[in-house]
Design a protein around this ligand. Structure first.
Ligand code: SF4
Length: 231
C-alpha cells in the first residue's frame, strides 16, 4: 500500500488546503480509462457507492484520506474498518497516512464557521491529486452517500479539485442508498460511528453518544473546544 510521509506544516488555511500548487504528471504515464478512484470517508459510507459503481461497470480502487478525525484512536479504528471492507470486497485501497488533527483543531477553533467546506476541499484536493498522479481519469467520493453532508458543496468542491488536476469528478447521488449501505455495513460487521469525524462533530453529536465516546477515549468535556461546551 502506498503511504506518504506525514508532512509537518505550520497551520494556516492555505496550508490546510495546499496539497500541491501545480498538477503533477501521472507517475508512470499509465492511464486507467475504465477505472475510478473512490475517496472513502469511512467503511460504512463506502459500502453502497462501491456496490453501485461496480454494478455500473467501473473498476474501483479506494483512497483513504481523512486527516482530521478526532482522536487518533478513532482515526485508526476507521482505517481498520476500511481495511476490513477492502478484504471483504476484494478492493484495492490506497492509504494516505497523513494526520493533521491538531492543525485542523487550531484552525477550527479560530475560524468558527465554514469548517465543513474547508474539510471537503482538503479531502477532495488530495483525492484529485492522487488520482491524477496515479493515472486515474476520474474520481468520486463516498461522502455523496450521506444525507448529513452538504451534497452541493461537496460536488462543487470536488469539481474544482478535478479541474485543478486535469481529471473528472463523477457526480452520483448515492443518498437514496444510505440506509441500505448502513445495513450492508452491519451485516459485514463493520463499526458504524455516531459522529462525522472531527472534534467539532464529536462535540455536537447527541450527548449520550458524545459522553460514551469521551469516556472510551479517556477524555472529558474539558477536552473539547470551548465553543462547544461554553466553558
Ligand atoms: S463535521 Fe464532518 S465534514 Fe464537517 S468538518 Fe467535521 S469531519 Fe469535516
Amino acid at each position: 500500500m502506498w503511504k506518504p510521509p506525514v508532512r509537518k506544516t505550520v497551520m494556516t488555511m492555505s496550508n490546510l488546503l495546499n496539497t500541491s500548487s501545480t498538477p503533477s504528471a501521472p507517475a508512470d504515464k499509465m492511464t486507467h480509462p475504465d477505472q475510478l478512484l473512490l475517496h472513502m470517508c469511512c467503511g460504512p459510507c463506502a459500502e453502497y457507492p462501491l456496490e453501485q459503481l461496480r454494478l455500473q461497470g467501473y473498476e474501483v480502487s479506494g483512497y483513504f484520506y481523512n486527516p482530521n478525525i478526532h482522536p487518533q484512536q478513532e482515526w485508526e479504528t476507521r482505517l481498520a474498518n476500511v481495511r476490513r471492507l477492502a478484504e471483504l470486497k476484494h478492493l484495492t485501497v490506497y492509504e494516505n497516512a497523513e494526520y493533521r488533527e491538531q492543525q485542523w483543531r487550531d484552525y477550527g477553533c479560530t475560524a468558527r464557521s465554514g469548517q465543513c467546506q474547508i474539510c471537503y476541499a482538503l479531502r477532495m484536493n488530495a483525492a484529485a491529486q492522487f488520482a491524477a498522479q496515479q493515472g486515474f481519469r476520474q474520481f468520486t467520493t463516498s461522502l455523496l452517500v450521506s444525507p448529513y453532508q452538504n451534497y452541493e458543496a461537496i460536488v462543487r468542491t470536488a469539481r474544482l479539485a478535478a479541474r485543478r488536476y486535469g481529471i473528472s469528478f463523477l457526480e452520483q447521488d448515492f443518498r437514496s442508498g444510505y440506509r441500505k449501505g448502513q445495513e450492508m455495513a452491519k451485516a459485514d460487521g463493520l463499526y458504524r460511528q455516531k459522529y462525522c469525524g472531527c472534534i467539532f462533530s464529536l462535540g455536537e453529536t447527541k450527548p449520550k453518544y458524545r459522553d460514551r465516546y469521551l469516556e472510551s477515549f479517556g477524555l472529558d468535556l474539558a477536552d473539547l473546544p470551548r465553543r462547544l461546551t461554553g466553558q
